[in-house]
Design a protein around this ligand. Sequence first.
Ligand code: SF4
Length: 588
Amino acid sequence: MKILLVAVNAKYIHSNLAVYSLKANCGKWESQVELMEYSINQYPEDILQSLYKKQADIVCFSCYIWNIQMIEQVAEWLKMVAPGIQIWLGGPEVSFDVKERLEKWSFVDGIMYGEGESTFGDLMACWNNTTDAEAIDGIGHRHSDGTVDIHPPRDFVDMSLLNFVYTRPEDFENKIIYYETSRGCPFQCSYCLSSVEKQVRFRDTELVKEELQQFIDWGIPQVKFVDRTFNCRREHSMEILHYIKEHDRGKTNFHFEITADLLTEEELVFMAGLRPGLIQLEIGVQSTNPETLKAIRRHVSFEKLSEIVRRIHQSKNIHQHLDLIAGLPFEGLERFKQSFNDVYDLKPEQFQLGFLKVLKGSYMREMAEEYGLIYRPEPPYEVLATNWLSYEDILALKAVEDMVEVYYNSRQFENSLEWLEKYFSSAFDMYEALADYYEKEGLKEISHSRMSRYKIFLDFAGQYLNQENQSVFRQLLTYDLYLRENVKSRPEWAASQDMYKSAYVEFFRKDESRGKYFEGYEAYTTKQIQRMTHVEHFNVDIPAIIRGEAGSRKSVYLWFDYLHRDPLTWRSQTIEVTIDEIDEERES
Ligand code: SF4
């Protein structure tokens, strides 16, 4: 008997925790199960070929909104070329319309709905002829006469009885590890499927600690907790955070989705003391409009949330990722702009502007008619218009989202963006103008290199700045550019540094520089240090401008030290240095 558990991930670096958990928890049949992971960026024909060649008896697909269309295609083709193979589906995308789907998709033999571990274990027993399919809860299946039968739902699994999924760290090199210590969510957000599952269950924290120790020992770069609201039970989350802090070896980063306004003073003080980069937090804001928050059943005070986000921000040790959702009830374009500006003002490290997905089984879908929700009928069921937003508004927001991704979330334009913002009435207006510029200049559909994004941004800003400020902006862009990377080919728009070359050579050569600046470079020669780092002359007071001050100096030299980067932002360290032997006349 050969059974394949198939995952089709959204990106190559992702992995699918569900299929690993099914395999790890199917008991004595585990050796019959093989995991196959693909990504949606592959051709369906290639996935079909790969699965066909496996000559399996049963192929089970893990289904989500992002992969269901590809799975439909591949599974149907597989059944056509190998009718003897049984096709089974599982996952959230097929758990809420089991009967309809089985009736519609004749190439599917059965569906596991709800949590899969125990169900899959029972199915393995059934496929090995030691139990009867009719006795298995949590499935829908097709009989040989074509009729469809839906069995009762299964009780929740005890999370502490599940086996640890990760035994071979070498399988996860260059991949993000997903891990869970709880299932379900106590909250009721109307657009979310986790709110459907009322009961929240936790894995025993002693087991969790043992497993975390494995990740720490293996030096896994990032572990993402998939717990829906990690901090919904304080004792549980704090015990885990304390463990992580005490056993940290400086390599692993842990990512958590939290509800910020649940954090207490004690937790905030504790978090402020964590190693920079040890944890990162994802916080759903979704909207700052009280009427919208009430309608979507999120009883969150934006005031309290922002106070907490600002507190965390002050300690400069935790990356925060804030989310907003466009297309929610009672939020038109103008009100959404305010939500955008409110969240942008909190300066998160990542700002994700998402669009409402009207998911099957969610309360939002029940309310779709009342809210005038028009959404794509096929996955991912993304909103196209609402009573408050036209499709044109949605398109405008999509264009803004693209600009936020490219310019804000890339973190490559941090200081230039912040400085330019004051020429617009709000951050949203700046991104909207930038999106319009892309549209007008025919830049939208083209894939641009990182370097050309800088040039586009410079040209865009030029429309709003006088000559003097264009020069300031150009230098801020240069600063942003070198802050991330010691670029090998200097862009033509950056001011020439040729006239300082000999002074720079002298700076790297001097014993004084070694003693004063080059800490950590003891093993490198002067030439190597010069190659590994960068010096830039600015004819404006860049450090003051970045601090938001006017600044009065006309000449500043900054040394970009890439060996010492900020662990949180990955920005290089910059040090103001003294450079001698500059011919002032040549400089002007
Ligand atoms: S959106 Fe988050 S907090 Fe709300 S129900 Fe879903 S998982 Fe829970």
